[in-house]
Every structure is written in structure tokens, then in C-alpha cells.
Design a protein around this ligand. Structure first.
Ligand SMILES: *Cc1c(COP(=O)(O)O)cnc(C)c1O
Length: 425
């Protein structure tokens, strides 16, 4: 933070005025300017371009053109949109496709990677990973006869930072697969993709990176890091809309030898021959399964426009500035009220959300959402997550979020809520 840093509201407005990305906020639907949205890392805001596009998909492409639209931009959408995403993740042509959910794609990539390392029996991940990834690893091991041992590296500091020494020690000659989330969903810890990928390769293991919490906020260089497989979400920082499909990346060195475990007709070489024997399509197409929800798919395409225009480097720069501002205010204003930083302090070890921990975290999160017009989210046991999506979050949003989080505790406004959890937190 610069020397002239101040804690007042007008300082936030000055930062907004000097923000090179400030014009992008206007490309998003903002219904209620009083509402401070801090959950773009879970469900991104609605881009205005998507609103227009979805209307025209429904009215014209579906309503008027009917099935003819399959030949007019629907059938080739998974590959075409994959080509647009690849610029955000440092991938050369032909290595990214959009299809299915993160969980389904994680299954496909895990089975594919394990089949390339059949003689090895260890899978290395961490206990801080998103549970769906951990469950799918368990399911894959079960399908394969429970011959694999899944090692989950723990944290040494209360779920903020993984134990990197333990990670490096576990990656050995028996390791088939290393798989991690590039940015951890609770603490926001950011792994060193290049170093860990190198370590996995030195041991002869393959790696899958889950980019759900980094794509669109943190620069990613899959080709430079020689990553084997990767995948990520489009409804978080990429603003594709609830349940929009995921993307997956397969390094071209594996494109011929890898196989998807789901042999669907969209992965068939010549699907409209309706041949009754499966013959996998070339390249990445074989990782497709079946008919995709096209409205969501095409919404992603429009949602990507502002992201591509802003550029990954500028997004990262703003994300770091927003987070540093957030932490500075939080140290001064919230720490004395019992809030503790649940994310790494060093910006080079952090993605684009910040967790604050408080013994009353669950009830604070509720009063923020229900009475104080701030939307963060809550992750057990005591983390309030503030997502700082750089494309539309303003410095004033940060200031307001801190100010209202102060009120919630200083005036004990959370007291009216029970500690029993709602089903979605
Ligand atoms: C959000 C997220 C997912 C979500 O998976 P879905 O199949 O889209 O529900 C998976 N992994 C990580 C790391 C996530 O952050």
C-alpha cells in the first residue's frame, strides 16, 4: 500500500478512480448498488453480454432456427470456446475443450492418467483439496479394485498452508498421479505449479491441476509448466452462469495415447455414421461424452469477452491490489474485533479470495447476507470467504465489506441468528 494510505471511504473512491479496469464493472448487471457482492469466486456476476446472448439463443437460434442451429455454431461450440479459454491458461491450440462438469471431467482425467501409469499405485493430493476431487479419487480407486493408496498431505498451520516438505517427500517412484487445486478453496493458498509439476515428472508421475479458483484471476501457464492435465470451472471467475460447463486441458504430448473412460457418441470419430463400434475421435474430441446444455455453453462464450479484453496480467494486478487493501483494512479495523486472517499474507502465495476466521464466523456471515447487504460465503469451521473478482469488484466494495463486517461484530448484530447451519452456506 502506498504511503498516503488512509482508512476513510474517500480513499477507496480515489483508488477506484485510478483503477485501469474500472470501466469493466459497467459490463455487468448490478441490480442493487448497495449490495456488496463478495462471492464471485463461487458464482460470478451476470455479464450484460450474456443477457443479450441468451435471449437471442432462445428466441432465434432455438425458437426460430430450431435444429438447424446444430450446424450453425452449436455442434462445434465445445472446441471453439475451448480455443477462447486457452489464452487465459497458457495453452497452445487444440488442447482445451468445454464439456460436462468439473467433477465429471476430473473423473475422466483421473482414469486417463492412472491408465497411463498402471504399474504405479500411489496418488498424492492434499487434505485441503475440494472434497469433490477427493471423493472422485476414492471412487476411481474403488473402480480399479482398491489397489491405489491415496495420500493426503495435511496443513501445519490450521488449514491455511499445505505441508510442502511432506508433499515433496511423498512424490516418489511409486506415484502414478499428483493432483492438487492450484488455489485452495478455503484459504486461497496458491501452489507453485511449475515447481510441483517438475517434481512430479522427475519421479515419473503425471499431474492434474484443478484451476477452479485460479482461472480468470491468476495467470496460469500450462504449456510452459509442461502440465499433463488440467481442468477448471467457468461459473466462478469466468462468469458463465450457474452450472455452466467446465473445461479440460490435455497436453498434446498425451493427446494420442490418453483415453477417456466414458465412450460417448460425442467422442466418436465420425458420430453421424452411427457406427455401432466405438472408435475414438482424434485429439481432444474423444473426451466429449454426449449432448451438451447449449444455452449454458454459449453463455460462457459471451462471458469470456470482457475477461479476454481485460487480460490475465491486468486482472492479476488488480486482484493483488484489492487483496492487499482488504488485508490492510482488516488488520487495522477487524483484527481487534477477533477476526483472524485465514489466508496467506504473501500475495505471491495467494489467489483472489480472502478468508477471515472468527469464532462467530457462521453467524457473522448470516447477518452480513441477511441484514447488512454483503454477500461473502462461509466455509467450515469458521471461515468467512470474501471473493475479490477483479473484473467488477471495486475498492469501495472492499471498504464497505470491511465496514459492515466491523458493525456485525462491534454491535453484536449476529446475536439474533442461531448457530445451526442452513443447507447452502
Ligand atoms: C468449484 C469447484 C469444483 C466444482 O465442481 P462441480 O463439478 O462444478 O460442482 C471442483 N473443484 C474445485 C477445486 C472447485 O473449486
Amino acid at each position: 500500500m502506498p504511503d498516503n494510505f488512509r482508512t476513510d471511504r474517500s480513499y477507496a473512491l480515489e483508488l477506484d478512480e485510478n483503477d485501469p479496469l474500472r470501466a469493466f464493472r459497467d459490463k455487468f448487471v448490478i441490480h442493487d448498488p448497495e449490495l456488496i457482492y463478495m462471492d464471485g469466486n463461487s458464482l460470478g456476476r451476470l455479464p450484460k453480454a450474456v443477457l443479450e446472448r441468451v435471449n437471442s439463443i432462445v428466441e432465434i437460434e432455438w425458437g426460430r432456427n430450431l435444429i438447424r442451429s446444430w450446424n450453425d455454431g452449436w455442434w462445434d461450440a465445445p472446441v471453439r470456446i475451448g480455443e477462447k479459454i486457452r489464452g487465459l491458461i497458457g495453452a497452445d491450440k487444440g488442447q482445451v475443450i468445454v464439456c460436462d462438469s468439473v467433477s465429471v471431467n476430473f473423473f475422466k482425467l483421473t482414469m486417463s492418467a492412472l491408465s497411463l501409469r498402471k504399474e504405479r499405485s500411489k496418488i498424492v493430493t492434499d487434505s485441503l483439496n475440494f472434497p469433490s476431487d477427493l471423493y472422485i479419487l476414492q471412487g476411481c480407486a474403488d473402480l480399479l479394485g482398491n489397489k491405489h493408496k491415496i495420500v493426503r498431505i495435511r496443513s501445519l498451520d490450521g488449514e491455511i498452508t499445505p505441508d510442502l516438505d511432506a508433499l515433496y517427500k511423498e512424490i516418489d517412484q511409486d506415484t502414478a498421479l499428483v493432483t492438487l487445486s492450484h488455489v485452495l478453496f478455503k484459504s486461497g493458498y496458491l501452489y507453485d505449479m511449475e515447481a510441483i509439476t517438475k517434481k512430479a515428472h522427475e519421479a515419473g508421475a503425471l499431474i492434474i491441476w484443478d484451476l477452479c479458483h485460479s482461472v480468470g484471476a491468476v495467470p496460469v501457464e500450462l504449456d510452459v509448466c509442461e502440465v499433463d492435465f488440467a481442468l477448471g470451472c467457468t461459473y466462478k471467475y469466468l462468469n458463465g452462469g450457474p452450472g455452466s460447463q467446465a473445461f479440460l486441458y490435455v497436453n498434446k504430448i498425451h493427446s494420442e495415447i490418453s483415453r477417456s473412460p466414458i465412450w460417448g457418441w460425442w467422442g466418436q470419430k465420425d458420430p453421424f455414421s452411427f457406427n455401432i463400434d466405438f472408435n475414438p475421435a482424434d485429439g481432444l474430441q474423444k473426451f466429449s461424452t454426449g449432448t451438451q446444455p447449449i444455452i449454458s455453453m454459449l453463455a460462457i462464450e459471451s462471458a469470456l469477452e470482457p475477461m479476454i479484453e481485460a487480460g490475465v496480467e491486468s486482472l492479476r494486478e488488480k486482484s493483488v491490489n484489492l487483496s492487499e487493501y482488504f488485508i490492510k483494512l482488516s488488520d487495522m479495523i477487524l483484527a481487534p474485533l477477533g477476526y483472524q486472517l485465514g489466508s496467506p499474507r504473501n500475495p505471491s502465495l495467494r489467489g483472489s479470495h480472502i478468508s477471515l476466521r472468527h469464532p462467530e464466523g457462521y453467524r457473522i456471515n448470516r447477518v452480513l447476507i441477511e441484514n447488512l447487504k454483503v454477500i461473502p460465503d462461509f466455509r467450515e469451521p469458521d471461515n468467512i470467504r470474501y471473493g475479490l473478482a477483479p473484473i467488477y469488484t471495486s475498492y469501495l466494495d472492499v471498504w464497505e465489506a470491511i465496514e459492515r463486517s466491523r458493525l456485525a461484530v462491534e454491535e453484536k448484530l449476529y446475536d439474533q441468528f442461531p448457530t445451526t447451519r442452513l443447507s447452502v452456506t
